[in-house]
Design a protein around this ligand. Structure first.
Ligand SMILES: [Zn+2]
Length: 180
């Protein structure tokens, strides 16, 4: 099991490696997102990459997708669990391509602050829609999610004009409570 102090130390190291200021964590409005002890396989995403989720989130996602399919609504996984190290590598690659840290952190959470670390957040895709674009809000999949996702314990984390100041992400949904 990861001890909280060790985890925070790891996050500090990843931030330091990227040149993120030492006071970033004190000023970040987002909560530190902790990696769960246990993850299960969630199959592959739309790019054929193996994905993982917590067991509860995976069961809820599977049930939600099946119910949607029963109503002729298709949805698929674009991305699920990501480690803080993965988030570091993603940011490091963008820095290497010449983007500034400020530009990158406007669209990518710093390591430790992505909801994907929890194994409960999903990026969802729909047929005939480029993944991870605002166009997703115009799909029947999105409309179905707006009406039904809550029954399965999922909610959209970053609606338009959210209080976190994070860009609108209609494709990003997080499992928060057990379905009742
Ligand atoms: Zn996401």
């Amino acid at each position: 099991m990861i001890q909280p102090a060790d985890y925070e130390g790891e996050i500090d190291q990843l931030h330091q490696a990227l040149g993120i200021a030492a006071d970033f964590r004190r000023q970040c409005p987002l909560p530190l997102q902790v990696v769960p002890d246990r993850l299960v396989s969630a199959g592959v995403d739309c790019f054929d990459r193996p994905q993982q989720l917590t067991e509860e989130a995976f069961q809820a996602w599977t049930a939600m997708k099946r119910h949607a399919a029963g109503e002729k609504v298709e949805m698929f996984l674009v991305s699920a669990w990501r480690s803080p190290r993965y988030q570091h590598d993603l940011i490091a690659a963008k820095l290497a391509r010449g983007q500034s840290l400020e530009q990158i952190l406007a669209v990518n959470a710093a390591p430790g602050y992505s909801e994907h670390h929890t194994g409960r957040a999903l990026d969802i895709g729909a047929p005939d829609c480029e993944v991870l674009t605002e166009e997703f809000e115009n799909t029947s999949t999105f409309q179905w999610l707006e009406s039904n996702a809550q029954k399965f314990g999922f909610s959209m984390s970053y609606p338009r004009d959210n209080s976190w100041g994070i860009a609108y992400e209609p494709w990003h949904w997080c499992f928060r409570v057990a379905a009742c």
